[in-house]
Design a protein. Structure first.
Lengths: 783, 435
């Protein structure tokens, strides 16, 4: 197996610094740089032919000074030390090296962006959904089950009517009430209808699976056309599958009908010997394994149909680490055409329902016109002038041969318009950074990747999105929507470098039970952990690195050697023995940051250093194959790694990486605790030279977790990454001091993730024009 | 003024006539011009026939058409009437179910939960049907491959999927749902062209809109919208191009035909017209055309018959009024076949000699031989057209011959030389010799 061994170049080798002190005067940092450093590093740190690596990075001035003092200049490293090194380091840091300096030299701006693929799908779904009733999902979990005697499942309430947490039943030869005789049901012939909805936890193609030895039919989202129709029970098939694209964070109606029994006459029904009957409703999430649809995602409340557009779009640009729509391509423009046509087809197929008018109503034309005007306004996320309504809507009705064709043209015009595709396009024309409508639009994009809901539109129409308080209140209200949870979970997974999901293939000899199903459970377990902490009342970020309680189901319990939880699902518990620390020691993360058979302190150290602490690590100069464990049977992993990375060219980076990863060595390639390795005790001490000052030492995961949970570096990286993920713009485009402000408010809030989300949303919603929203309504500028 | 969806589609159809058909089937449309295009249509009507008014008395080339088949008189020398061909497949399911499910598959039904009027319950057929077998055979070869391969038409097929409503199977347990809404079929065949027309009609608007928005964004952002506009102009060029290389025109579609029993004649005509157009465009080489379903209960009020077809078919042979009505019903189906044949005969073979009928075989059949006895013997097989080089203009009387041998003969007619189809036990003697 190959892996990339990270070697040095933290701050691209600072090469030079030979300084004659002129006339006893102390030389300034800039002067020193010009005299000693610029020759190799370039006048503005841009690099030279001989040393092309530009001088940019994440070290603090003190760290830079230390490095310069020890190593610079290359030929005469005694020449620039002490205060001189400090001065030149400060100059370098503030002039071109730090992120702030870079932003000052080339200020980032909020760029006009088109909807990302996810935003496009969400906007269309919500645009159409805005013409449908909103389902109020309550706290009940499971599906409504109605049990009937006989084959007719279309009646009202059944003989039994209850909420079933999940559909996984084996009735044997009995009736559904467990009785074989004298029960309310004839065990030869009964039927069941399960009704309600399911929350899709992520976006993707879902495969629904019904297993039954009798007739079944399943509807998902579309209540007219079944996804699975096995009403004709034929041959030996007992498993039926259907695939459907679902958008994450939305509720989809589900209905399952089960009918046991042939169409027998009464006499035969009473005399026949009952056969066995069972039914299960499962699904397979994208890149996961099959599972019975869990109760936590089911609700007995039905949901309105969601318009899910299936048009394939080219993937978004993710080169900065977050998806953004700041470039256009032929493929993308062409996909927007196909998307608009698909949506037009959908709208026309559901026109009467969406417009609330019957096919032959005398005022159909007028009602459709009203519908289209609303459609355009909601798509453009702002109020349209009368002239605009005429342009987009009325003139189509006047020129098209019939109303349906007019509607089709309008949908095409609207969904192909830059006003829909580029949400910020009209902000400048509207002045004040777009005013209340733009604030509503940006809030919805930041928190939901979608369009404003009715409450936001109402607030915008009433001019109530001006002050920070008003905007904050809306953002807080919006947090209750499952779409935020999906988006924030998506960020956290990206923060943890788990998007896209890694393939966890483990050594079948050492870990025979580690299969695809276990790996899928681990991912679910991590997601539940993240959700649980972020959406708790305290929403304390630090718990992500401190908590030692994880979500475990039966399969995970068996594998990690703990008592299985009562009930079928996941329950929160400690994974003892061994002190664990939040995400650092979650077995999913430990398994993904490891090889098939061995742990990898390097992968873990890079994850902590680069991902959590936000330090800059350059790739190693060459690709290296790790030393094979079996060739060094007497060594622990730590000893092997140390052996391989001890050269000078490795140490600059591995001196930082390895000590971070070593602290987690008590956990093996699948995240199980181990007290020793190859018969040797484990050394789990480590250290980190923080940017703010002292070198911190720690022993084991819990001490490392405690350090990271309180580290300002970790907080800063988290705030910045979250901002960019949610807003899809560079944070410094909203002010060079914005990262520090966010971090300060994060600390003030007790490191509440929820409050950070709100702060980010308010910043992005109000600051797009570069102007801060005023503190209160009184100070608001009128529109 | 409010207008119906039907009118809208009709208007589109006519005004779209000049629109090119598609951008997305380049090679398929032209790859297969070399050899003769053989086609086949399977037409179904239910509930058996009134035997005395259906089967010619004579054998050979000298035969007289009885009342029911009279509408086919103009095609007498292109006709082949096969008596004595029997559906001998047994097993689960009642006669109506097996009659339907085994008709084109030649194989038993799987055990299941659908209980008929008698016999044991059953599920779907155990194997592929001959139309799909031919479709797959033609699809394998680029020279005979078409856009759809086959199309499954229906007329008033009930909205339920069971053994009585399906006769075409992609494989065991894989029934194919026929499309009995002409507007749905139209959308399947010509939807893309309609979309392009709508798109063309809003292009100027889109460009204006882009210009207006570009004018109000900052100069740094304008570049992005200008790039966007470039791609919109390219789309415009492509649309124009496709107009210039216009291929098949979109046919007009009769408006306002609701899916309703009383509209059966209109639906039938519309579906036939769509089928003929689709053949002319070489969208497919195989079609099934299913009137109602096995046990179908159409009420042919336009023939002054108020009773349902199936109920009438149970009346005994001595009930003359019922026999007369059933004769009229079957005659109406013969008229539909005659209309198909006429349309095929009127349509020149594109890029070839003669008419479509010279290269097409219509096979009209039924799930039963006779309604009141529910026999699966003497299944009606009436064929019109010269698609398979059978020696036409004949009435043939076989002695209790399994219909699998006829299905084999159809395959061989396409050069698909299989020696078994469906249950191999009924394939003894090989394909019927019809050439």
């Amino acid at each position: 197996m190959q892996f990339t061994l990270l070697t040095s170049i933290l701050a691209a080798a600072l090469v030079l610094c030979a300084l004659p002190v002129a006339g006893g005067q102390e030389a300034g940092g800039e002067e020193i740089y010009k005299l000693q450093c610029a020759r190799c590093h370039g006048a503005a740190g841009q690099g030279t032919k001989k040393y092309p690596q530009p001088l940019v990075g994440g070290k603090s001035p003190a760290q830079l000074a230390g490095l310069i003092g020890r190593t610079m200049p290359d030929d005469e490293d005694e020449k620039c030390t002490g205060e001189e090194a400090g001065r030149v380091a400060a100059y370098i840091h503030d002039s071109f090296y730090s992120a702030d300096a870079i932003a000052r030299l080339n200020p980032p701006r909020v760029e006009l962006s088109h909807l990302t693929v996810g935003q496009y799908r969400n906007c269309v779904a919500d645009l159409i959904g805005s013409f449908r009733p909103v389902a109020k999902v309550d706290d009940q979990r499971g599906l409504r089950g109605d049990y009937f005697s006989g084959r007719d499942v279309r009646g009202g309430a059944g003989l039994i009517s209850r909420v079933d947490p999940e559909v996984k039943f084996d009735f044997g030869a009995a009736g559904p009430d467990g009785e074989t005789e004298d029960g309310k049901f004839n065990p030869n012939q009964f039927s069941i209808r399960w009704d309600g909805s399911v929350l899709a936890p992520e976006t993707g193609v879902y495969e629904f699976i019904v297993r039954s030895d009798h007739a079944v039919r399943l509807w998902v989202n579309d209540t007219k056309r079944p996804l699975i129709d096995a009403m004709v029970k034929s041959g030996t098939d007992t498993e039926y599958r259907g695939s459907i694209l679902l958008l994450g964070g939305r509720q989809y109606s589900v209905r399952l009908e089960f009918i046991k029994g042939k169409q027998l006459d009464k006499k035969k029904l009473l005399s026949a010997k009952p056969t066995a009957a069972s039914v299960e409703l499962l699904w397979k999430l994208p890149r996961r394994t099959e599972e019975v649809i869990p109760a936590r995602l089911l609700s007995p409340v039905k949901a309105a149909e969601v318009a899910v557009m299936e048009t394939a779009f080219p993937p978004d640009d993710r080169s900065y680490g977050w998806e953004r729509g700041t470039t256009v391509s032929r493929e993308w423009v062409s996909a927007t055409t196909d998307g608009a046509l698909e949506c037009a087809g959908y709208v026309i197929a559901h026109l009467s329902e969406l417009a609330g008018v019957s096919d032959d109503a005398s005022d159909r034309g007028a009602k459709l016109r009203v519908f289209c005007r609303k459609f355009a306004e909601r798509a453009f996320r702002r109020r349209l002038s009368e002239a605009e309504k005429v342009w987009y809507v009325d003139r189509q009705f006047e020129s098209a041969p019939d109303v349906e064709f007019a509607v089709k043209r309008i949908v095409l015009l609207v969904l192909k318009s830059p006003r829909f595709l580029y949400p910020g396009a009209m902000d400048q024309a509207d002045g004040h950074g777009g005013g209340d409508w733009a604030v509503a639009s940006r809030l919805a994009l930041t928190l939901w990747d979608s369009a404003p809901d009715q409450a936001l539109l109402d607030a915008a129409a009433a001019g109530k999105l001006k002050s920070r308080e008003e905007i904050s209140r809306q953002a807080e209200r919006m947090l209750a929507d499952p779409r935020v949870k999906v988006k924030v979970r998506g960020f956290l997974l990206a923060w943890l470098k788990l998007d896209p999901a890694p393939e966890l293939a483990k050594d079948a000899k050492r870990f025979p039970e580690f299969d695809a199903a276990l790996s899928a459970d681990l991912r679910t377990s991590l997601e539940l952990f993240l959700d649980d902490i972020v959406w708790s009342a305290a929403s304390d970020f630090r718990q992500l690195l401190l908590s030692d309680e994880y979500f475990v189901n039966g399969r995970l319990a068996a594998f990690y050697g703990v008592e299985p939880p009562a009930g079928g699902g996941f329950a929160k518990m400690k994974l003892g023995p061994g002190g664990r620390a939040g995400v650092l020691t979650h077995p999913y993360i430990l398994s993904s940051l490891a090889y098939a058979a061995e742990s990898s302190p390097i992968l873990r150290g890079v994850f902590i250093g680069k991902g959590l602490l936000g330090i800059t690590l350059r790739p190693p100069p060459n690709a290296f194959t790790p030393l094979a464990a079996e060739l060094h049977p007497g060594l622990t992993t730590r000893e092997r790694i140390t052996l391989q990375t001890s050269q000078a060219s490795c140490v600059a980076c591995h001196g930082v990486i390895n000590p971070l990863g070593f602290a987690l060595e008590e956990f093996d390639a699948v995240g199980r605790f181990r007290a020793e390795e190859n018969g040797k005790g484990l050394d789990v001490t480590g250290f980190y030279e923080s940017r703010a000052g002292p070198t911190v030492e720690f022993t084991g995961a819990r001490q490392l977790g405690a350090y990271l949970a309180g580290s300002e570096e970790v907080h800063a990286a988290f705030c910045q990454q979250m901002f960019q993920h949610l807003v899809k713009q560079p944070v410094r485009a909203y002010g060079l001091d914005k990262p520090r402000q966010l971090q300060a408010s994060f600390a003030e809030s007790g490191h509440s993730v929820k409050k950070l989300i709100v702060a980010i949303a308010v910043t992005a919603a109000s600051d797009a024009s570069g102007q801060e929203a005023p503190e209160s309504v009184g100070a608001a500028t009128g529109r | 003024m409010s207008r119906t969806r039907r009118e809208f589609i009709r208007d589109l159809g006519i005004s779209a006539a000049a629109i090119p058909f598609v951008l997305n089937l380049p090679s398929l449309a032209f790859a297969n011009q070399g050899q003769r295009k053989q086609r086949i249509i399977f037409m179904f009507s239910p509930n058996g026939v009134v035997r005395k008014n259906f089967w010619p008395d004579e054998e050979g080339e000298e035969f007289k058409l009885k009342e029911i088949l009279k509408p086919l008189e103009p095609f007498r020398d292109k006709m082949l009437i096969l008596n004595g061909v029997c559906d001998q497949v047994r097993g689960d399911g009642d006669s109506h179910m097996r009659g339907m499910g085994c008709l084109l598959t030649g194989i038993e039904l799987l055990p299941g939960n659908i209980q008929g009027g008698s016999d044991t319950p059953a599920g779907w057929a155990k194997g592929i049907s001959i139309d799909q077998e031919l479709k797959n055979f033609l699809h394998k070869d680029a020279a005979t491959r078409t856009r759809f391969g086959s199309l499954e038409f229906g007329v008033m097929v009930p909205e339920r999927a069971d053994t009585w409503t399906r006769w075409s199977y992609a494989g065991a347990n894989k029934p194919i749902t026929p499309i009995d809404d002409p507007y749905q079929m139209f959308a399947k065949l010509y939807g893309r062209a309609k979309d392009q027309e709508a798109l063309s009609s809003v292009l100027d608007g889109l460009k204006d809109d882009l210009k207006k928005v570009s004018a109000v964004v900052g100069s740094a952002d304008r570049k992005l919208l200008e790039e966007h506009a470039t791609f919109v102009r390219e789309m415009e060029e492509e649309l124009k191009e496709s107009r210039a290389t216009a291929g098949h025109a979109v046919p007009p579609l009769e408006p306002g035909v609701r899916r309703d029993n009383d509209n059966m004649p209109q639906i039938s005509k519309t579906q036939i017209d769509l089928m003929i157009n689709a053949f002319a465009a070489d969208f497919m080489r195989v079609a099934t055309f299913q009137y109602t379903n096995s046990v179908g209960g159409a009420r042919m009020k336009w023939l002054d018959i108020s009773e349902g077809h199936h109920a009438l078919s149970h009346e005994g042979n001595d009930k003359l009024a019922a026999q007369e009505k059933l004769t009229k019903i079957d005659m109406w189906f013969a008229e539909q076949m005659a209309y198909m044949a006429k349309r095929l005969a009127e349509t020149p073979e594109p890029g070839g000699e003669g008419s479509l009928l010279d290269n097409t075989l219509i096979v009209w059949t039924n799930e039963l031989g006779e309604g009141n006895t529910h026999t699966l013997n003497d299944i009606p097989f009436v064929m019109v057209g010269n698609g398979l080089d059978f020696e036409m203009g004949r009435s043939i009387k076989y002695k209790r011959t399994p219909h699998n041998r006829l299905l084999l003969a159809l395959a061989h007619g396409f050069g698909h030389r299989i020696d078994k189809f469906g249950n191999p036990g009924f394939c003894g003697g090989g394909p019927l010799e019809l050439t």
